[in-house]
Ligand binder design. Structure first.
Ligand code: SF4
Length: 329
């Protein structure tokens, strides 16, 4: 994997640097498809020969939709929108998934890496501020291939890796210099909860190691005229009854990454998909759930980012809708 530091020319010509890095990362990532270990499940299937693992994804990307998105965090959406590409399938299986229509069913259009690169350029042409890859984990190799094409054809926008963050540490190391903004979830602080509600064994230690690597690569969020061009934003979806363990995750973040990290606190949980079958997940979060998280943030001095108001509504036109921020500093 290309975990090397930026070359001398990277600052002067980031596009050329990305083309170089993509060329270096691609053979390693493609080999991963022959015995898929793109995520911690390590299914070992040969996706190049049509075998399917847990996520049921093939080798070619399936895109559910793409468009300028105005509901992401403010420095991502800006005035012209975040160039969001929603990939079909997911390597997690959250019983409360708000995108289950395409994350679990595989709905969408199968396209080539070249087509995917063209979509990126189309979003750039539409004036978007970034390319926002939603659920990219299981399609990482072909995304890198698409980036190589798109950068060769003039893609200049920052690349956002928007992930549930059940990712392979090796794959994330290989994305150094290709991804500008990491947007990971930290969904749980208990492996038992991650296994029960997202079928994601070993989630917590893996998730934390991956977020630390992301931070090493891009650091705290950096903006220019209010638009993000580099850095880390951690998304924390509060689940009812302390299931997400968000206060413990905040302690980890504060102790490991410091108080300057940018957070996006999401209160929009509602019982989607199969959540109604779980009594503890069959309702929205309580005032106590919400207040405990805000109180912990204040205690820890975590002051950067955005928090949704209590009981923010989920807008089904968008995944990851984030309402206008409240200043909670
Ligand atoms: S990306 Fe899919 S096939 Fe590959 S290891 Fe993960 S779940 Fe299995």
């Amino acid at each position: 994997m290309n975990g090397d530091p930026p070359s001398a020319s990277a600052k002067d010509n980031p596009r050329k640097d990305k083309i170089r890095r993509a060329g270096k990362a691609l053979p390693v990532l493609m080999r991963s498809l022959e015995h898929c270990d793109l995520c911690p499940r390590r299914c070992g299937v040969n996706r190049l020969k049509g075998e399917k693992g847990y996520c049921a994804a093939g080798a070619e990307p399936v895109v559910y939709s793409y468009a300028p998105h105005h509901g992401e965090e403010p420095p991502l959406s800006g005035r012209s929108g975040s160039g969001t590409i929603f990939f079909s399938r997911c390597n997690m299986e959250c019983v409360y998934c708000q995108n289950y229509q395409f994350s679990q069913s595989g709905a969408g259009k199968k396209i080539s890496a070249r087509d995917l690169g063209d979509i990126m350029l189309e979003l750039q042409g539409a004036g978007c501020h970034n390319i926002n890859l939603v659920s990219p984990t299981h399609f990482a190799p072909v995304i890198v291939e698409a980036l190589k094409y798109a950068c060769s054809d003039g893609l200049e926008l920052p690349v956002v890796y928007n992930t549930g963050c059940y990712d392979s540490l090796d794959v994330i190391r290989g994305l150094r210099g290709l991804v500008d903004i990491y947007l990971p979830d930290m969904r749980y602080s208990s492996d038992a909860m991650a296994e029960k509600y997202s079928a994601a064994p070993g989630y917590v230690s893996n998730n934390r190691a991956v977020v630390e690597e992301m931070y090493r690569q891009v650091g705290h969020l950096e903006t220019s005229r209010g638009i993000a061009y580099k850095g880390l934003i951690i998304r924390l979806l509060i689940l009812p009854g302390g299931i997400s363990g968000t206060t413990e995750t905040l302690e980890f973040i504060s102790g490991t990454l410091g108080s300057g990290v940018y957070l996006s606190i999401m209160s929009q949980y509602y019982p989607a998909y199969k959540a109604g079958a779980y009594k503890e997940l069959s309702h929205k979060i309580s005032r106590e759930d919400y207040d405990a998280v805000i109180k912990k943030m204040r205690e820890l001095g975590l002051h950067n980012g955005w928090v949704q108001p209590f009981h923010a509504e989920f807008d089904e036109r968008y995944a990851g809708e984030n309402l206008p921020p409240e200043d909670f500093s």
